[in-house]
Design a protein around this ligand. Structure first.
Ligand code: FES
Length: 139
């Protein structure tokens, strides 16, 4: 009997952990985060922070109000300000889109609105590549 109860409780705990892990994945982004500090309104991100499987990176800095979603394209990079253009809430990223948890606006990975109430696309920052480093130009 004791062994049976132990197995039952063990299975219940495993099921609970599996459910918790699902919730954690659905609550927020599991994207890698690169923390940095701007130098003269420039952010420097080594290209090797991206891998063959990973084309998205969150760039975070204490000096920035919001994260920047840096997206690796075929020949360049897109840097999106993760601030909703509706009322300015911080955005989250899923596998398929960028989502505003405040009122449900969604954006594609080019920053275009795919669901209102937001009407304007996300702010993008100019990027360039020098010596295997991605440089983001802040306004
Ligand atoms: S602040 Fe993002 S939808 Fe309203």
């Amino acid at each position: 009997m004791k062994r049976r109860n132990f197995i039952k409780k063990g299975c219940a705990a495993c099921a609970g952990l599996a459910g918790l892990s699902f919730l954690l994945e659905s609550c927020g982004s599991s994207l890698p985060i690169f923390k940095t500090t701007p130098e003269k309104k420039l952010l420097f991100i080594p290209e090797d922070k991206f891998t063959a499987d990973n084309h998205h990176l969150l760039v975070r800095s204490k000096e920035l109000e919001n994260d920047i979603l840096l997206i690796k394209n075929k020949n360049d990079y897109t840097a999106l300000n993760m601030k909703c253009t509706h009322e300015g809430f911080a955005l989250t990223v899923t596998d398929k889109q960028i989502v505003c948890p405040a009122h449900g606006s969604t954006f594609d990975f080019s920053g275009h609105v795919t669901k209102e109430p937001a009407l304007r696309p996300l702010t993008t920052f100019t990027t360039e590549i020098k010596n295997n480093t991605i440089i983001i130009h802040l306004p």
